[in-house]
Design a binder for this molecule. Structure first.
Ligand code: FES
Length: 118
């Protein structure tokens, strides 16, 4: 089976088996790494954002307008930031490298109740 390489928040590399046709978000989450993917790929949360290794940037389809719009809702987005739910794995991407983001700041409770308490 092909694999992808995921670098976690501590800089550790993980080589993950990657079934063809799976979303990269699903691959990372199913291996138990820190991947929320709260909307399950509906492009409504951006909790699946990863940093794609620049060497792989031209090997995957570019961002759609909807992906761009969702990325605009989070902080510290780079040209290589991608929603991993929008990256479908194929054997042509064997060895692809992505890094997980440290999104602790984005995990803050921003609900109206939390805002009133502040
Ligand atoms: S899982 Fe929600 S946008 Fe990717």
């Amino acid at each position: 089976m092909s694999h992808i390489v995921v670098i976690d928040e501590d800089g550790n590399e993980h080589q993950l088996d990657a079934p063809e046709g799976w979303r990269v978000m699903e691959i990372i989450r199913d291996h138990g790494l820190a991947m929320k993917g709260l909307c399950d790929g509906a492009m409504a949360c951006a909790t699946c954002c990863v940093e794609l290794d620049p060497h792989w940037a031209d090997k995957v389809p570019g961002r759609t307008d909807d992906e761009e719009a969702m990325l605009d809702t989070i902080a510290e987005v780079s040209p290589n930031s991608r929603l991993s739910c929008q990256l479908l794995f194929s054997d042509a991407l064997a060895g692809m490298r992505v890094s997980l983001r440290n999104d602790e700041a984005e995990d803050e409770d921003i609900s109206p109740a939390a805002s009133r308490a502040a």
